[in-house]
Design a binder for this molecule. Structure first.
Ligand code: ASN
Ligand code: ZN
Ligand code: CA
Length: 326
C-alpha cells in the first residue's frame, strides 16, 4: 500500500516538477519540493510526434551527450534562460522558475519548431530545404519567448495581437543572439533563423528585422511576404492557410520598429530598447494591437527614462518609421 501510494506521489511530483506547476508542488509537500530555477530537461522524440513517449536524455547539471541536437537545445535554452535572468531579472518562462522542457528529433523531416503551451519542440528539418532547428539560437529563444508572452501579455495568436506576439518572439530571438555574441545594434545582422536553411537554399533567413520582406526571394518560396510599414499591412484570413491572419507576416512591422529603436538609441539592443519592450510586453493584454503597444512603449520610455528623454524621442521616431504615430 505504501509502495503504491509512494509511487503515485512520485509520479505526481515528477510530472508537477517537470511542468513547473508551483501550486501543485507546494500543495504536495512544501519543503520537500525544490523550486525550478528554470532547470532544463531535454527529451528525444526519436522521430515520433507523441511527446509523452519521448525519452529524457539530458537534465540540468549533466554533461554533453553524443547527440548534437540535444546539446544545442540544452545550450540554447540555457543561454535564453540566463539572458532573461541577467538582463530582465526574470526567473524562467513564468517568472517563477518554471522547468524548461526541450524536445528534439520531433517527427520525420519536420520543418519547424514550436512552443505548445508547455514545452519547446524542435524538428530535424528535411535535410533538403531545412536543417536541424536546434542549430539556431534565435529560433530557440523565439520559441521560449512564446512562453514568456503567454505568461505575461497573453497575446491572442491571430491578426494584429498574434503578429505582435510573433514579433515579441523575434525581438527576443535577436536580443538573445546579440547578447550571446556581445554585438551592438549596428553590428548585428538582425536575421532570425539564418542557420536553419541547408546550403542548397538561396535564402538569408526566415525573417529580417532590419529589412522585412528581403529575407528570401527564390523559386521555392517566392518573395518574403513581410511588410515593413503600415502602408503595406497584409490582410489575411484568420485560418491556418492565412497564417492566423498573417501572424508571421505583419510581425515585420513591429520587428522593424524595434530595429529602428535599437539603432536609433545605439549600443546594445537589450539595454534601453529591450527594457522598454519588455516592460511594455508585461503591460500589454491578450487583445493589444500595434497602436496600443506603441502607446504603451511611449509611456514606458517616459516612466523609465523621463519625459522628452532621448529614449522616448527614439520610440516616437521608431514607430513613425513604420507608419504608427504615438
Ligand atoms: N515556428 C513557428 C513559431 O514559433 C511555429 C508556429 O507557427 N506554430 O511561430
Ligand atoms: Zn513564433
Ligand atoms: Ca489556426
Amino acid at each position: 500500500n505504501h509502495a503504491i501510494r509512494d509511487a503515485a506521489l512520485s509520479t505526481l511530483l515528477t510530472s508537477a516538477q517537470l511542468r513547473g506547476e508551483r501550486g501543485v508542488r507546494s500543495l504536495i509537500a512544501g519543503a520537500l519540493v525544490t523550486p525550478g530555477d528554470g532547470r532544463r530537461s531535454i527529451f528525444d522524440c526519436r522521430h515520433g510526434t507523441f511527446l509523452p513517449s519521448a525519452t529524457l536524455v539530458r537534465s540540468e547539471g549533466e554533461a554533453d551527450v553524443a547527440d548534437a541536437s540535444v546539446n544545442q537545445a540544452f545550450n540554447g535554452l540555457g543561454t535564453t534562460r540566463d539572458f532573461f535572468r541577467t538582463v530582465f531579472q526574470r526567473d524562467s518562462i513564468d517568472g517563477r522558475g518554471m522547468r524548461l522542457l526541450g524536445y528534439v528529433h520531433r517527427g520525420r523531416h519536420y520543418n519547424n519548431a514550436f512552443w505548445d503551451g508547455q514545452e519547446m519542440v524542435f524538428g530535424d528539418g528535411d535535410g533538403e530545404v531545412f536543417s536541424d532547428f536546434t542549430g539556431s539560437l534565435g529560433v530557440i529563444a523565439h520559441e521560449l519567448a512564446h512562453g514568456v508572452t503567454e505568461h505575461t501579455a497573453g497575446l491572442e495568436y491571430h491578426n494584429q495581437s498574434g503578429a505582435l506576439n510573433e514579433s515579441l518572439s523575434d525581438v527576443a530571438g535577436a536580443m538573445v543572439t546579440q547578447w550571446f555574441l556581445q554585438q551592438t545594434a549596428d553590428q548585428a545582422d538582425w536575421l532570425i533563423g539564418a542557420e536553419v536553411f541547408t546550403p542548397n537554399i538561396d535564402a538569408d533567413a526566415l525573417r529580417s528585422m532590419k529589412a522585412p520582406g528581403t529575407a528570401f526571394d527564390n523559386k521555392l518560396f517566392g518573395k518574403d511576404p513581410q511588410p515593413d510599414h503600415m502602408d503595406r499591412f497584409v490582410e489575411l484570413p484568420d485560418t491556418d492557410q492565412g497564417d492566423n491572419g498573417g501572424v508571421h507576416v505583419n510581425s515585420g512591422i513591429p520587428n522593424k520598429a524595434f530595429y529602428l529603436l535599437a539603432t536609433g538609441i545605439g549600443g546594445y539592443s537589450w539595454d534601453a530598447p529591450g527594457r522598454i519592450w519588455y516592460e511594455s510586453m508585461k503591460a500589454s493584454t491578450a487583445t493589444t494591437e500595434f497602436q496600443g503597444f506603441a502607446d504603451i512603449t511611449l509611456r514606458k520610455a517616459e516612466e523609465l527614462y523621463g519625459t522628452e528623454s532621448r529614449e522616448q524621442q527614439a520610440v516616437k521616431e521608431a514607430w513613425s518609421g513604420v507608419g504608427i504615430q504615438v
